[in-house]
Design a protein around this ligand. Structure first.
Ligand SMILES: [Zn+2]
Length: 162
């Protein structure tokens, strides 16, 4: 009985490769558990594009440190720095690996941009951005997002995407 449990435990320590082996594309790792769907939406991967890329999403994978995470793999996808930094709004600790011929060619840690435009909703109900068709703009400083319009500061964790 005990032995069986150990095997089950080992199976839970899911490796990224268990989803599928990527020849060329990107791997977005260290997404908080169950947040991968938001990342998919943010990057527009929920709309079938011209490329019909194969995508795999691993949800609630147990890492070696016993913390749960999500992983997204997208075949043949290219991603620009701006898009990578967008991911930080949902997954501040995410990494993005570029895979070519089964090898990691580049690995980038997401970074919250100094200025975030048109992505986040201002939590201040009285803010002009919630009434007028203006593009929201926030200035980032150590996890605090300051609205350019109402000048109120919010923790990134309390912000919602537009
Ligand atoms: Zn505001």
């Amino acid at each position: 009985m005990e032995k069986k449990n150990t095997i089950e435990e080992k199976a839970k320590v899911a490796k990224v490769d268990k989803i599928f082996r990527l020849r060329t594309g990107i791997v977005i790792d260290h997404i908080p558990a169950f947040k991968s769907f938001e990342v998919v939406e943010l990057l527009g991967l929920d709309h079938p594009g011209e490329g019909n890329a194969v995508m795999a999403i691993g949800v609630n994978l147990k890492s070696k440190k016993h913390t749960a995470k999500d992983v997204i793999k997208v075949e043949n996808m290219r991603i620009c720095k701006e898009e990578i930094n967008k991911i930080s709004m949902i997954a501040p600790r995410a990494t993005v690996s570029m895979i070519r011929d089964h090898k990691i060619k580049d690995k980038i840690r997401v970074k919250i941009p100094d200025v975030v435009e048109g992505l986040l909703k201002c939590p201040n109900h009285n803010c002009v951005t919630n009434f007028e068709p203006v593009k929201t703009k926030f200035h980032h400083n150590s996890g605090q997002m300051k609205c350019h319009f109402c000048e109120k500061s919010f923790n990134l964790t309390e912000m919602k995407l537009l």
